[in-house]
Design a protein around this ligand. Sequence first.
Ligand code: ZN
Ligand code: ZN
Length: 118
Amino acid sequence: MSTAGPQLRFCPESNDLLYPKEDKDRKVLIYVCRNCGYSEDAPSDNWCVYRNEIKHSQRERTVILQDVRDDPTLPRTKDVTCPSCQNHEAVFFSASTEEGTTLFFNCTACGHRWRDYV
Ligand SMILES: [Zn+2]
Ligand SMILES: [Zn+2]
């Protein structure tokens, strides 16, 4: 069984979950650790998947509007604070929108959705 969801990546220094982020200067996808500052380029095969997903903007728009709290393919983080209920766990994913690459968070407690402009 294979899943099309993004792979979880972990920091080799501190074992924390790495966050997908766009390197604005180089226009590439990188993974960063918010704990120790470690960062690495996303592997090129991963980057291809990422590019393919940009083409499927119709599907992405659907995902953006969905409540993804129950989606097991999406990574979770406990390193955020929900602006609505102050909960510290959220499902997150990146998607391409009119404004560019955006990181979306979906609070696991109240379902509040917010963006982190990268
Ligand atoms: Zn780290
Ligand atoms: Zn919340």
